[in-house]
Design a protein. Structure first.
Length: 168
C-alpha cells in the first residue's frame, strides 16, 4: 500500500507543540491517508475533524481505524476528493490545517500558495505540513509566515500562518 503514515516521533513533536491548543478546535486533515493526524487530534480534544483523501483504499483503512476507536461519528467527516480540488473549492473555515502530502508531490509550493490565498483561511488559523527535505517550502513568502520548522529524518515539519495583506 502506498500510504506513508506520519511516524510516531513526528506526530509526538507536532502535538507537543500544539499541546492544549488543539482542544475544541475544528481541524482538517488534508492528504489524510489512514487518518493518523486527524485521529490523534480527536483523541486530544479537537471538536471536529474533516478528513480529505482521494484514495478509496486509504478511505477504507481510515474508516476501519475510526470505527475501531471510541470516536463519535458526528465528530468527523470524510471527503473523498483530491487535496488540490478541496483547497480550490472549500468554503468552510477550520482552526488547524494538517497536510501530509506524498513526499514526491509536484507543485507543493503552488498548493501552499493557493491555500494561503484562500478566503476561508483566517490569519489566526494554523497550517502544519509534513514534507520531504528535498521538497521544501519557501522560507519567506508574501503570503505566509513560517514561524517554526524542524527537520526529522527525511521530513520537514513546518508551522505556518497566513500573513496580513498590505493595503497599498
Amino acid at each position: 500500500m502506498a500510504i506513508r503514515p506520519t511516524t510516531d516521533r513526528v506526530k509526538e513533536y507536532i502535538f507537543t507543540i500544539l499541546d492544549d491548543y488543539i482542544r475544541d478546535k475544528n481541524v482538517v486533515d488534508i492528504f489524510s491517508g489512514s487518518g493518523n493526524l486527524g485521529i490523534e487530534a480527536l483523541s486530544r480534544g479537537a471538536r471536529h475533524v474533516t478528513f480529505v483523501e482521494k484514495s478509496r483504499t486509504s478511505i477504507r483503512v481510515m474508516r476501519k481505524n475510526l470505527e475501531a476507536l471510541p470516536i463519535a461519528p458526528r465528530s468527523y467527516d470524510i471527503i473523498h476528493q483530491p487535496a488540490e480540488r478541496f483547497v480550490l473549492q472549500n468554503r468552510r473555515s477550520f482552526d488547524i490545517y494538517f497536510l501530509d502530502p506524498p513526499f514526491d508531490i509536484p507543485g507543493l509550493q503552488g498548493l501552499m500558495d493557493t491555500l494561503m490565498q484562500a478566503p476561508f483561511l483566517d490569519l489566526r488559523d494554523l497550517v502544519v505540513i509534513e514534507h520531504e527535505t528535498s521538497n521544501p517550502l519557501a522560507l519567506t513568502s508574501p503570503l505566509y509566515d513560517l514561524f517554526r520548522q524542524k527537520k526529522m529524518g527525511r521530513s520537514l515539519i513546518s508551522f505556518l500562518q497566513k500573513k496580513e495583506k498590505d493595503d497599498e
